[in-house]
Write a protein that binds this ligand. Structure first.
Ligand SMILES: *Cc1c(COP(=O)(O)O)cnc(C)c1O
Ligand SMILES: [Zn+2]
Length: 416
């Protein structure tokens, strides 16, 4: 049974009908949050007793309601939780896990959010949509809106890799490249697009639905582990992934499935770590910090928050979590480390692993802690970066058994 009740405004507490085609609060422009009836949620709590490699739609009772015919799904969600064999144990942490969302239909975790948000838009009769994208969101929105037969327009950051930009057109949407000096300009433009131009947006938080799908991180991870991790590491862009996961764990707590919550860890490139600045200086709102061009982790290179980032500051504080900053060097090393775990992650995604290593070496993680690093996107869309972190093979041979034998000898693999 569906448990969604209404939208509630973060700022003025206005309650808004879930079927309204709104982004921000019509009264005050604040962010909207979907509220649920926990008594109804409890009826579906049996879902969490076991894990199935299903899609996010396994948990549809916990989303705003979408009828069967409007569900647009490509098999997003239900990704494996991979236990670390090297990175964790080499630092004395036996229970480090990677939630491998590089396996998503369009190669990033954005598919969770767009499957739900596009389906929901169809459900309530939205006719067209606009999104801003650091690259992956564009590919995802493009894929899902094509299948919904729903015209999408995408503004993609000029800093995104060419492969990401091209994928947007490959999936069929209309797109333009977005130039800007700082993320605050983008943030302002998006608010004006809603207020002055009447656009329906699909940007995290400005669209109240996308992060609802990120609750499935909490649902899936808890269901698979049958316990709450001590730490949940997320790369932080707009913060939709971090916030949605936190919301998911809080729901599990409210309906009595779990009796504790994880510490939430937000990871940013050191070049733009506005959240770390806000937490370290005990600010109630985040401010612009740093330069987006100065990091390899382009998917999380926004240098200021949407709407002050107040939800994210609360999430880190309320969970007793951490806001961490990692350098490009740490990220590159983490990409190499992850390769040896069988996962090829883009820099923004490997940032969680870089942050785990940093936190462990700083004594913030105990050896018996259970830690999950969310791996949000594949490196296959940034082939230039793959080339930068891994060299080409040095040895060259001709197709000849003698040369092969010499090579085996060089690699000390000539004896069984
Ligand atoms: C978008 C993106 C992020 C940031 O996600 P938010 O929900 O905006 O915080 C992190 N990693 C990858 C690979 C992304 O595409
Ligand atoms: Zn309001």
């Amino acid at each position: 049974m569906n448990s969604a009740v209404c939208f509630v405004c973060d700022e003025c507490n206005a309650r808004i009908d879930l079927r309204e085609q709104v982004n921000l609060c019509p009264k005050c422009g604040g962010l909207l949050e979907t509220q649920y009836d926990y008594e109804i949620m409890k009826l579906s709590a049996g879902l969490f007793r076991e894990y199935r490699r299903d899609s996010i739609w396994r948990y549809r009772d916990f989303f705003p309601e979408v009828s069967e015919k409007n569900i647009i799904s490509l098999g997003e969600g239900g990704t494996p939780l991979i236990k670390s064999l090297h990175i964790g144990p080499s630092l004395g942490v036996e229970n480090l896990y990677f939630k491998n969302d590089t396996l998503m239909p369009t190669g990033s975790f954005k598919d969770r959010g767009y499957s739900l948000a596009v389906s929901y838009a169809k459900e309530i009769g939205v006719k067209r949509g606009l999104t801003y994208s650091s690259g992956n969101a564009g590919a995802s929105f493009s894929a899902y809106s094509a299948r919904a037969d729903f015209p999408g327009i995408i503004l993609v950051e000029y800093l995104a890799s060419d492969t990401k930009k091209s994928m947007i057109l490959l999936y069929g949407a209309k797109a333009a490249i977005l130039e800007y000096e700082n993320f605050e300009q983008i943030s302002r433009m998006l608010d004006e697009a809603v207020r002055e131009l009447g656009c329906y947006l699909f940007v995290n938080f400005i669209n109240p639905i996308r992060h609802e799908a990120m609750k499935t991180y909490a649902y899936e991870i808890f269901s698979e582990l049958q316990r709450v991790p001590d730490y949940s590491f997320h790369p932080l862009g707009t913060g939709g992934g971090l916030w949605g996961t936190w919301k998911g764990y809080n729901e599990l707590f409210q309906i009595g499935v779990v009796d504790r919550l994880p510490h939430m860890v937000a990871v940013q490139p050191a070049a733009v770590c506005w959240l770390k600045q806000a937490i370290d200086h005990k600010m109630s709102e985040g401010r612009m910090f740093g330069d987006s061009t100065q990091t390899i982790a382009q998917s999380i290179s926004g240098n200021s928050p949407l709407h002050g980032g107040k939800r994210l500051i609360r999430c880190v504080r309320d969970s007793g979590g951490l806001a961490l900053a990692v350098s490009d060097e740490e990220i590159i090393q983490a990409m190499r480390d992850l390769g040896q775990e069988g996962i090829v992650a883009e820099p923004a995604a490997a940032a969680t692993v870089a942050a785990f290593k940093q936190a462990r070496m700083a004594g913030k993680i105990k050896s018996n802690d259970t830690v999950v690093c969310v791996i949000t996107g594949t490196a296959f869309k940034q082939p230039d970066v793959v080339r930068r972190v891994a060299k080409l093979p040095e040895k060259v041979i001709r197709a000849d058994a003698g040369e092969l034998q010499a090579l085996l000898r060089q690699f000390h693999m000539d004896k069984a």
